[in-house]
Design a protein around this ligand. Structure first.
Ligand code: SAH
Length: 342
């Protein structure tokens, strides 16, 4: 097994090349080929044959394969199932908005967080994705769909902060001017609230948007539906959010899936409003999406309306997330790892 060159930054490839007695500018050439999606050294026609051979013996290249591609008849949302090099498979979604195309990427094969309403956690965590694998979800979704990607949301399968180093490296790669060059302000990272990572994330001072999957404003409700809350707690989460906001100046967004009879009462709305104001957070309500194995139902439109009114009356900025790709199970919480070669 060679080195995973697709997870390497240009500077690191340069260092490797210098150590191999190759010229620095060759490393740049290789990085540019890779960033265009070329996945065979033989296609890098501006390199000499002996160098191509040397690279073949040093590095691994892999191109993700489309196992399935579903296009929503309702809104054109595309859902890909990619086969990874070890036979595992993860999903990626491409959504088109007026302001551009957004890709929703997975960061792990499966998930260990256990949220009771989410399909991604069924079957637990298999492994974390490499930086190159997350990057290729973006690159190959763009190449295959022909839609230039301008925004990225880390809201697919997996918990990004449970794969911290690889996700940080992915961000560096996708943000690189010689790579896909996608600006941090066009990237959102969503977490179920692994607060022990918030300071580290704030220290990186990235301009991305942090989305926190809150889903309940009190410990009793939240611990019931989100095991990640147990041992951490809502108070710690809210304090960590406030600290993050104070340190970075970047407004956090609270994601809140509305579940009938579980988290949608007046009590929940008032407490949520209090937290949102304390943190200056924006609230993004998501009518719960259907997951076959789960018994939860979305809140009724009437409940949603009164919930929104309480938040707005408290001066909280609220939006309701538009459902995309519903007919191909591409909406929030519906993504799942699929098959696994044995
Ligand atoms: N693990 C991260 C990234 C996943 S993002 C996180 O928890 O934030 C996916 C978002 O969809 C999360 O906010 C998640 O809580 C939400 N979600 C999960 N299941 C859902 C469902 N059935 N309906 C609506 N949203 C759901």
């Amino acid at each position: 097994m060679g080195k995973d060159i697709l997870s390497m930054l240009p500077q690191e490839i340069e260092d490797d090349f210098l150590a191999m007695g190759e010229q620095k500018f060759r490393a740049r050439q290789v990085f540019e080929w890779l960033s265009r999606g070329v996945r065979s050294f033989d296609e890098m026609t501006n390199l000499s044959k002996p160098l191509r051979e040397k690279l073949k013996n040093t590095y691994d290249l892999y191109q993700p394969k489309v196992l399935s591609k579903q296009v929503s008849k309702l809104d054109g949302t595309i859902k890909y199932l990619w086969e990874l090099k070890d036979g595992n498979a993860v999903e990626t979604v491409v959504m088109s908005y007026r302001h551009g195309n957004t890709v929703c990427v997975s960061s792990q094969v499966g998930c260990r967080q256990g949220c009771a309403f989410c399909a991604s956690t069924i079957g637990g965590l298999v492994r974390s994705l490499e930086p190159s694998e997350i990057l290729d979800e973006v690159l190959y979704s763009q190449l295959d769909s022909g839609k230039p990607i301008s925004n990225i949301v880390l809201m697919g399968i997996g918990e990004p902060l449970d794969n911290f180093d690889n996700v940080m490296r992915f961000l560096e790669l996708v943000n690189h001017p010689k790579g896909m060059n996608i600006g941090m302000r066009h990237i959102s990272l969503s977490t179920c609230g692994l607060t022990e990572r918030f300071d580290e994330l704030a220290e990186r001072d990235l301009q991305l948007t942090l989305s926190v999957s809150l889903h309940a404003p009190d410990d009793e409700t939240r611990s019931k539906i989100m095991p990640a809350n147990r041992g951490r707690g809502v108070e710690q989460l809210i304090e960590s959010c406030r600290k993050y906001y104070e340190k970075t100046g970047r407004r956090i967004s609270f994601e809140y899936a509305m579940i009938d009879g579980v988290n949608d009462t007046e009590y929940h709305a008032r407490l949520l409003a209090k937290h949102a104001r304390y943190v200056c957070a924006h609230v993004n309500l998501i009518p719960l999406n259907h997951v076959e194995e789960r018994q939860f139902q979305p809140s009724t439109p009437a409940h949603m309306r009164s919930f929104i009114r309480i938040l707005e009356d408290a001066g909280v900025n609220v939006t309701v997330r538009r459902k995309l790709g519903g007919d191909v199970d591409a909406s929030c919480g519906q993504l799942r790892r699929k098959m696994q070669k044995s």
